[in-house]
Design a protein around this ligand. Structure first.
Ligand SMILES: NC(=O)c1ccc[n+]([C@@H]2O[C@H](COP(=O)([O-])OP(=O)(O)OC[C@H]3O[C@@H](n4cnc5c(N)ncnc54)[C@H](O)[C@@H]3O)[C@@H](O)[C@H]2O)c1
Length: 379
């Protein structure tokens, strides 16, 4: 087994956030940086002291250099599927940020390329490495949450202020941040979805993706199928379970947010609403007040983000800039070197990415049906 891995990072805006962990990781050898934008490439290289020889303008150059064992794709969403397939076809390991793709067909294409290459895939879903997620996973494992009764998550952002390719992105195509950790807690996959669109986009935004909505809200029914051995089901796998997700992307006054609440039979978790607020853990008691009571004694604990660092090398644990990306880098690197499937392998990636694709399709269908019904009424 090789003891180091040479890795290239493609897309250096959000992708720049992965570089401190790559530089600090004891099993990472050469690091290549790749971005279409010369200025970004130069600035990020200089900031991290990466040698000139390891700068690339596009993925073809990275692959053609034959210097790398693995590629991390942090490029815009429309490139994810094609670039993942190209990385596998070149015989390299591939990590890709969310979502894995934006059509069911493309998810299958990436899965087929991964299978053919036999290389490692990792979906870089940061919300599976937050302290909040680890905290809830641990409570669930110890039986302190009890049975999960329902979960509700949101993703709010101002994509109208992002680079152009984000404008008009279907809101449900970017819901893995709340959905993935909720599915990982449930240990089950989505069986059925209903979804509606809402609101209006700024003028011109519909052109990008043919999506008319800045808001989509969906209910997902979970099936009995397991997500993966790494995210076990606690309790009865046949229990009815639904998850609600709302995604708001533009034209709306709001604070950015990617959070979720978990309603359980023993303790429920409510994520802090606004910056400066605290999370709340509510315990079910036998003498709960009948009606809403602001001094509700059932609220047993309020706290800021718990501090959890899981099992990572000291060089990473002690990074002053620890972020969820640190753990994702470690998982990807060790999975590649140990030649094992990663925790966030292709099946999990599909289970996290497909429901949003199907939800947006459902919202578009609902819109078409209601305008057809209106036209019929007006005849
Ligand atoms: N929490 C998270 O996990 C999180 C947060 C933000 C963004 N993201 C993901 O990161 C990706 C990039 O988002 P962003 O906000 O950095 O976007 P961005 O538009 O700000 O930056 C994209 C960067 O990639 C470069 N680029 C564009 N096309 C390229 C190509 N074909 N090859 C190489 N470089 C290319 C651009 O020059 C730019 O520097 C998206 O897929 C997004 O979903 C994840």
């Amino acid at each position: 087994m090789a003891d180091t891995l040479n890795i290239a990072v493609v897309g250096l805006s959000f992708g720049g956030g992965y570089i401190p962990a790559l530089c600090a990781h004891p099993s990472v050898g050469e690091i290549g940086l790749c971005d279409l934008n010369e200025e970004t490439l130069r600035a990020v290289s200089e900031k991290h002291g990466i040698a000139k020889i390891c700068r690339y303008r596009n993925l073809d150059e990275v692959i053609g250099s034959h210097r790398f064992d693995a590629v991390m794709l942090l490029s815009p969403i429309p490139f994810h599927a094609d670039q993942s397939v190209a990385v596998f076809e070149a015989g390299l390991h591939c990590a890709c940020t969310v979502p894995m793709a934006t059509t069911a067909l493309d998810c299958e294409r990436v899965a087929a390329a991964r299978k053919k290459s036999g290389r490692t895939y990792t979906l870089l879903e940061t919300s599976l490495c937050t302290n909040e997620f680890y905290f809830l996973q641990d409570m669930l494992r110890r039986g302190e949450l009890g049975d999960i009764q329902f979960m509700r998550g949101v993703w709010y952002n101002h994509l109208d202020q992002h680079p152009k390719w984000w404008h008009g992105l279907p809101p449900m195509h970017y819901i893995t941040h709340p959905l993935a950790p909720m599915l990982a807690l449930a240990g089950r996959t989505v069986k059925k979805v209903s979804c509606y669109g809402s609101g209006t986009l700024p003028p011109g935004f519909e052109k990008g993706y043919g999506n008319p909505f800045p808001v989509e809200t969906a209910i997902f029914e979970l099936g009995e199928e397991s997500l993966s051995v790494d995210f076990p089901v606690y309790g009865d796998q046949k229990r009815p379970l639904a998850i609600e997700v709302t995604s708001i992307t533009a034209n709306t006054a709001l604070q950015n947010k990617e959070t979720f609440d978990v309603f359980c039979s023993k303790h429920s978790f409510f994520w802090a609403t606004h910056p400066g607020d605290e999370h709340a853990l509510v315990r079910r008691t036998l003498n709960e007040p009948k009606f809403a009571d602001k001094s509700n004694p059932a609220v047993m604990m309020k706290f800021r983000s718990p501090n959890i660092r899981t099992d990572i090398p000291d060089a990473l644990r002690n990074l002053s800039s620890w972020t969820p990306q640190t753990n994702l880098v470690h998982e990807f690197v060790t999975a590649c070197l140990e030649q094992r499937p990663s925790l966030y392998d292709i099946d999990a990636a599909k289970a996290f990415s497909l429901p949003g694709i199907l939800a947006h399709d459902a919202a578009m269908r609902a819109r078409k049906e209601s305008s057809a019904a209106e036209q019929k009424e007006n005849k």
